[in-house]
Design a protein around this ligand. Structure first.
Ligand SMILES: [Zn+2]
Length: 359
């Protein structure tokens, strides 16, 4: 497999995606972000449709929901676009394949997991007209999680260990990561209104997602689970028929956070909720394709450090650079064996999604 589909910056990744689309003669619709990137570059969600807009089958491949995780997902998209066999297999009158590049372009460029609003886009699809869910565990954990000083000393690490004993490893992970609405400067903040990316995704779906009868979605993420393993995490309603169909398509290895067998906790406000709401006419079948990178402790430490940096912009340049490097390393393994594993599994998952649509 050709590993040149992976990039070293958002700007490079965007150029690679646009070039691959141009090579295939696909028009790209760009939703320009109001802010600029790390190197002053333009930021955008770029969307390319291969096929008929009114086809009954729609297969979506999306990247960069969690900003910095886009290094992986963008590489996967470019690899699929460049693959002649894949392109030929998806060239059908009754099919459209939608490539959504960099759902959260700001986070991708600035090496953040969250959006420019400090919001976790994959927790932001809640009904803001209703009372927002409370996360009492998060509020209890936050003072330890978000220390005044970085790096932390041994006292903070002991406190974190104490919290792990109190809540259990899974319980602590759920409290930290399932989403919280109480602290706009905290981790896994789910927002107080729909973010820019949330609104743009809904626009995209109102344009491309209204004719399909069957909708398959693969959303690429990183940062959880064993290094290089692509966990297929069920996304959709907790309904036995939908879960069974997802496992027929993608195999019994499909996990479901609600069943407690996933590396991920059960989350609030994930994007599939927005997709199902906007494309209510379609039968939705989707997975998060979640690739492991570094051990969980290191990933959490990278997230905590980066959140500290966000709240302490006065940090010295050298520390800023170190924290951002650790952040990138936590969500993108810049090694050939990892990239190879990523592409092989993504190829299989996309082929299974395609076959599933016609099963
Ligand atoms: Zn993610």
């Amino acid at each position: 497999m050709n590993l040149s589909c992976f990039s070293q910056s958002y700007a490079q990744a965007r150029q690679a995606f646009l070039a691959s689309c141009a090579q295939r003669g696909l028009a790209v619709e760009s939703h320009i972000h109001p802010l600029t990137g790390r190197d002053g570059e333009q930021l955008a969600i770029d969307v390319a449709l291969h096929g008929n807009a009114d086809a009954p089958n729609l297969l979506v491949l999306s990247s960069g929901c969690h900003g910095v995780e886009g290094f992986c997902g963008s590489g996967v998209q470019v690899d699929r676009l460049n693959d002649d066999a894949w392109f030929a297999a998806t060239q059908r009158d009754d099919l459209a394949v939608l490539y959504i590049h960099a759902l959260n372009p700001y986070g991708f460029s600035h090496l953040r997991r969250v959006t420019h609003e400090n919001v976790d886009l994959n927790r932001n699809f809640v009904d803001f007209s209703q009372p927002l869910p409370d996360n009492a565990e998060y509020r209890a954990i936050a003072p330890v999680l978000l220390p005044k000083k970085w790096p932390v000393g041994s006292g903070n690490l002991l406190q974190l260990l104490g919290l792990t004993l109190r809540y259990g490893r899974k319980g602590l992970q759920a409290g930290i990561s399932r989403g919280q609405h109480s602290d706009p400067k905290g981790l896994f903040f789910a927002g107080s209104e729909p973010t820019w990316s949330n609104l743009r995704l809904r626009e995209i779906l109102r344009k491309y997602g209204q004719s399909c009868q069957r909708l398959a979605w693969v959303d690429v993420h990183t940062g959880l689970g064993p290094r290089g393993y692509g966990e297929r995490i069920y996304k959709g309603k907790q309904n036995a028929d939908d879960i069974a169909r997802c496992r027929r398509w993608w195999g019994n290895a499909v996990t479901n956070a609600a069943e407690g067998n996933s590396a991920s906790a059960d989350l609030n406000g994930t994007i599939d909720l927005g997709v199902m709401a906007e494309c209510a006419q379609a039968q939705y079948t989707g997975v998060t394709l979640e690739y492991g990178t570094l051990p969980g402790k290191q990933v959490l430490s990278a997230l905590r450090g980066e959140q500290w940096l966000y709240n302490h912009p006065e940090a010295p340049a050298a520390q800023h650079q170190l924290i951002k490097q650790q952040m990138r390393d936590a969500f993108y393994v810049d090694a050939d064996d990892w990239k190879q594993q990523v592409l092989e599994q993504a190829k299989e998952v996309m082929e299974q999604g395609l076959a599933g649509l016609y099963s």
